[in-house]
Design a protein around this ligand. Structure first.
Ligand SMILES: [Zn+2]
Length: 1129
């Protein structure tokens, strides 16, 4: 992916055999080509070509662009010439050009080049993470935020171990923030957790978090009715800084402060000032430099006033002074920082830089040594030390330092690693291979060799002090680790080394020079190649990366940029579990693809909404009649045709269901509910009263966004509200009839306007009226709601909350509102905004009455259409809250059903149907989800599972866990459903095997954890993806948090600090997988017999025997009855 030259013809690049006539085409040397081949979007923001120190590199990039552009022109000329067929431009050329322009900050050119690449590689552009990253950055620059978000999400989904994911998360967070969406917090949090994030980016993130709180705080205030945005600021700062202290390493500080509130307040203030100050220092957009720096310094000084003990603030102050050349002040600040006993490697490294700039190499050397003694893997300090040695002509020492920097980057998985470094290491090794050995005498040397430097007196004094500190930190760390019982081998090793101070100096530099010698010998063969021959060029391009870097990658096992998933070509569903196991073990070296891989398939690219059907619908077809049936008798309700009817349509209304079954709906009336459990919790949504086919914002503009404010109350209190609302309305009607018109004198009258008679143009003078919708009342508790739940078992099996033919019954634990009942208490105008059900499951909704509800629905085939309309309206389809405008839908060729649900009517919402509902009258509804055992339902559920993953939206149904339970519990006779389930089993089994291998090679112990009955499924505490079988646990804010493998690796590539738990023995999974076979009824007469005898004329097909026996442990809601069932065929 890093090829720079890119033609199929080899005659292009060099002068040695190439086209000497072209004088401007100065050939690129081997070194230069390597340098160029390493450059791509990942260096954006790191390698700043505009800065004078990189002027040489900038020239090189410009030359390369020139070169590539000429190739393109030649190829285009060639295309017109029929005789010439050799010169073809590889699409990657455009991608590379995009990278170069991006690094030069020529955004429009970069965009155009990337666009070209995208158009040429529409089918597989997504395989190249650097392309996705680069083009996301460019789109972000141009404020094409919806597109930028899409590209970044695809990048995270497809290449979770890409090295710049923290930068991606930061930008995604900013995009969310700009649309006032609080969900952006997730991105900022993940970015903060990423080990490779540097200090200035961390501060940037903290600032954004604070700002996000402010932005969303204001939004909330606006919803409340505008109680002033500025008052939210103190709260804002508090929340943000709480995050600060908990996520940064200043844990000691936090614990001390928590005891003393005034101290805490001061610390919060200090944090806030520090952030703002640092922001002024680092954000170019905040104005001209000297002005920014002096503002930054003022803020930092305020911060120090508030909290004089903060070494970090003093350090940042030093950085500010240094950047405006106030050397003395900078030294003072650094010195103070160290004295506050918080001096860290960063501080010492900066002191070194300052000395180096002042041409005091010896002092610089000592400071760097301090830094690396504190932090063995401090890349910047090792690199700077290397540069220092190199400038003093001490090449051997320089090389040792560079190599250590490389080791540091490897250890910390540091994306900061300067691409120059590797080239430099290689260059020096080559150079040394041909140069006479460095003289051992001290004559002519400016600086002590590294072994000596380690033992210099001042340094020793410093290190003694530092070690004291480290020991304290270690004690804290030990205490924390102790509680969870981790033995962190690596950590101890590091500590031992550093407490042996002097000896270590030798040790580490000896290792360094050993390595240098090694590099030296291995690379000496290449030393002669200074100019490239065409074949050299080709081989170099094939190589893509210098060998040395490949070596690093190999030792890192998972290379950060080769994150393309490993396709499971050699694995097939026909293989037994054991064969899969053997096959995977054989590929241990290929540990790519151990991340949160797709359960749907490989190489499918990012999941996308479907394109809507292409047939243009007529006006009538855009408003189709709603499929409905009217039931008169109980037997109608149980007829297989009814179920088939429902499964055939996107949505269906079954009229008279309650009376046909003689359901006692009174059990769900407000009166009964109050009598049963008056104190039961009700979630309340405060909404604006609007006509059902309109949606207005507070400014009287027609919009899709449909905001509501959330609060909580009890059934009794909501019942009182419901009753008052009704009485007020009656009173109003009476006044209308008697001619007494609604006067404005009654200031607390609640009847702003009558919903049925109003329209958008005729709005209340007092502004929109607010109503309250009582939603998501949890009826899962069968002790509290026994009678109600029992009544619902009268329903036919396919509509029941619990049944063997309902996939959600096999989840094995409660998913509130999905496999349990929820109740909705409404007044006219209460609205449930547009949505699809979680993971595309079906839903059952019964109106209890006394009033009606109005429904709107779009067939699932058109959900992509609704989704894109949401994006056009700047709303996130999954995370946002929206009320579709019907005309917008029709204009986009998207049909919509519209119908009224009367009391006793059951609405069936099929898989994936988009719907939104508004109450016409005063009424209650009950609803839950069901999952028919069909291939279509299963397919739509796993498709949504992947789309959710891409959108970072939690899949409430743990599909992997569910799939394994289905394999254990259900006999599947439908070949299509069988294949889908089997394929997910295979993928997740393989993933478990690979993950165990990965954990093993990181020397992390896997502990068997098991599962107890009714245990909920696990989700990643960072990204909310389902975590199946292998759990990565780390303590965070005193809680043990489950992580997915991707998030764990982001925090520590070697899984340091993680405990790994296993829920199932591999052998068990293998046997479940092996025993899951296509069920063929004819071959098992006994079961067939059972099926035939088991149905009272209801189910179109078989009950699964196994499901019956296993289902008793499903959950504690109701004892399931299994005499009827749904098909799995
Ligand atoms: Zn995660």
């Amino acid at each position: 992916m890093d090829q720079i030259a890119t033609t199929s013809s080899a005659t292009t690049a060099t002068s040695s055999s190439g086209t000497p006539s072209d004088k401007t085409n100065k050939s690129l040397t081997c070194q230069e080509l390597q340098l160029l081949s390493e450059m791509d979007s990942r260096q954006f923001g790191v390698l700043k070509l505009k800065e004078s120190e990189h002027s040489e590199k900038k020239k090189l990039v410009l030359r390369a662009i020139d070169h590539l552009e000429r190739l393109i022109v030649e190829a285009q000329d060639c295309e017109q010439d029929d005789d010439c067929k050799t010169l073809l431009i590889d699409p990657k050329t455009f991608c590379k050009l995009g990278h170069f322009h991006l690094l030069l900050e020529n955004y429009s050119k970069a965009h155009s080049a990337y666009q070209k690449f995208y158009n040429l590689k529409t089918d597989e552009y997504w395989k190249d993470p650097c392309f996705l990253y680069g083009s996301g950055l460019v789109l972000f620059h141009f404020n094409a935020l919806t597109w930028s978000r899409r590209v970044f999400l695809e990048l995270l989904y497809l290449h979770p171990s890409f090295q710049c994911t923290a930068q991606v998360h930061i930008r995604l967070g900013i995009i969310s923030k700009l649309s006032g969406d609080f969900h952006g917090l997730v991105h900022f949090r993940i970015a903060l957790q990423t080990s490779s994030l540097d200090i200035s980016d961390k501060n940037r993130v903290l600032f954004h978090i604070a700002h996000l709180h402010e932005v969303t705080g204001k939004t909330n205030a606006a919803i409340h009715g505008g109680s002033g945005g500025s008052s939210s600021s103190p709260a804002t700062t508090t929340t943000a800084t709480t995050t600060t202290s908990s996520t940064s390493n200043n844990t000691q500080q936090t614990t001390n402060n928590s005891e003393d509130s005034s101290k805490t307040l001061a610390s919060i203030k200090a944090d806030a000032y520090r952030q703002i100050g640092w922001l002024y220092h680092s954000k170019e957009c905040l104005g001209e430099r000297t002005g920014r720096e002096s503002t930054a310094i003022q803020y930092l000084q305020k911060s120090i006033e508030a909290e004089p003990t903060s070494g970090q603030t003093l350090y940042l102050l030093g950085r500010c002074y240094a950047s405006i050349n106030k050397v003395h002040d900078a030294f003072l600040a650094y010195r103070n920082s160290v004295d506050k006993s918080e001096g860290n490697a960063d501080t010492w490294c900066s002191i070194g830089v300052l000395y180096q700039q002042q041409s005091q190499p010896l002092d610089a050397l000592q400071a760097y040594i301090c830094a690396v003694q504190l932090d063995k893997y401090h890349v910047a300090a090792w690199t700077n030390l290397g540069i220092l040695y190199e400038s003093a002509g001490q090449i051997k020492d320089a090389l040792a330092c560079y190599v250590n920097a490389g080791r540091g980057a490897k250890q910390t998985h540091d994306s900061w690693l300067n691409p120059n470094l590797l080239t430099r290491i290689r260059f020096i090794s080559n150079h040394m291979a041909h140069a006479p050995p460095q003289q051992n005498s001290t004559k002519g040397r400016q600086l002590p060799v590294i072994e000596e430097a380690w033992n210099l007196p001042i340094t020793a004094e410093m290190t003694a002090r530092q070690h004291n500190q480290q020991r304290q930190q270690q004690q804290v760390k030990d205490a924390r680790l102790g509680s969870i019982g981790i033995h962190d081998e690596n950590y101890y090793r590091v500590k031992e080394e550093s407490s042996e101070d002097r000896v270590v100096g030798h040790k580490s530099s000896i290792t360094a020079s050993n390595r240098a010698t090694h590099l030296n010998s291995s690379n000496s063969n290449n030393a002669k190649a200074t100019l490239m021959t065409p074949s050299d060029l080709e081989s170099l391009l094939k190589l893509g990366k210098p060998e040395i870097q490949r070596e690093y990658e190999k030792s890192m096992e998972i290379s950060s940029h080769l994150s393309e998933k490993q396709p499971i070509i050699e694995l097939s569903m026909k293989m037994s579990g054991h064969e899969l196991f053997e096959q995977c073990k054989r590929n241990v070296s290929e540990l790519n693809g151990i991340g949160n891989t797709s359960i749907v398939g490989d190489d499918l690219g990012p999941p996308r909404p479907p394109s809507p059907p292409t047939t243009r619908l007529t006006k009538e077809q855009l408003c189709p009649p709603t499929p409905s049936v009217y039931l008169e008798h109980k037997k109608d309700a149980f007829s297989p045709q009814l179920q088939e009817f429902c499964l055939e349509h996107p949505i269906a209304v079954v009229r008279g269901m309650a009376s046909a079954l003689k359901l006692d709906l009174g059990l769900f009336s407000t009166k009964t509910l109050v009598e049963a459990n008056p104190e039961h919790a009700v979630e309340v949504r405060t909404q604006l009263l609007q006509p059902s086919d309109e949606n207005w914002d507070l400014n009287g503009k027609s919009v899709w966004s449909c905001v509501s404010h959330r609060s909580h109350t009890t059934i009794a209190k909501y019942a009182a509200y419901q009753a008052t609302s009704f009485q007020d309305s009656v009173k109003e009607e009476e006044e209308k009839v008697s001619g007494g018109h609604n006067t404005n004198s009654d200031s607390d009258s609640k009847d702003g306007f009558n919903i049925r008679s109003s329209n958008g143009s005729k709005r209340s003078k007092r502004g929109p009226k607010q109503i309250r919708f009582g939603t998501n009342v949890d009826l899962s508790d069968d002790k509290k709601w026994r009678l109600q739940l029992q009544e619902l078992t009268k329903l036919p099996a396919w509509a029941r909350v619990i049944s063997a033919g309902n996939m959600l019954t096999h989840v094995g634990h409660v998913i509130l509102g999905m496999n349990t009942v929820q109740l909705y208490m409404k007044v006219p105008g209460s609205r449930t905004p547009g949505h699809q059900e979680n993971n595309n499951f079906c839903s059952i909704n019964i109106n209890i009455g006394p009033g009606d509800c109005e429904w709107f629905a779009v067939p699932d085939a058109y959900w992509g259409c609704v989704q894109s309309l949401c994006e056009k309206n700047n709303i996130k389809y999954l995370h946002g809250s929206w009320w579709p405008n019907l005309q917008d839908l029709y204009d986009a060729g998207c049909p919509a059903y519209r119908f009224v649900q009367r009391p006793g009517d059951l609405v069936w919402v099929n898989s994936g149907c988009v719907h939104w509902v508004q109450a016409i009258g005063w009424c209650n509804n009950i609803a839950w989800n069901v999952g028919p055992l069909t291939a279509r339902q299963y397919q739509l559920a796993i498709d949504r599972y992947e789309w959710n993953k891409l959108e970072m939206f939690k899949s409430i149904v743990p599909m992997v866990h569910l799939t394994w339970n289905l394999a254990r519990n259900v006999l599947v006779s439908d070949p299509k459903l069988f294949e889908l389930i089997r394929s997910v089993l295979m993928r997740t089994l393989v993933q478990s095997i690979r993950m165990l291998e990965f954990v093993k090679c990181k020397n992390v112990e896997v502990r068997f954890h098991g599962r107890t009955k009714n245990d909920p499924s696990h989700y990643c505490g960072q990204c909310e993806v389902e975590v199946f079988n292998i759990l990565f646990i780390r303590e965070q804010e005193k809680r043990h948090v489950v992580h997915c493998v991707d998030c764990a690796r982001k925090q520590s590539s070697n899984l340091n600090g993680f405990v790994c738990l296993e829920e199932y023995k591999l052998q068990e999974l293998i046997s479940v997988y092996d025993n899951f076979k296509l069920y063929q009824p004819s071959t098992t007469p006994i079961q067939q017999q059972l099926q035939q005898s088991s149905t009272p004329a209801s189910a179109p097909s078989s009950a699964a025997l196994q499901a019956q026996t296993q289902n008793n442990n499903v959950n504690n809601v109701q004892a399931p009855t299994f005499n009827t069932n749904v098909t799995a065929s």
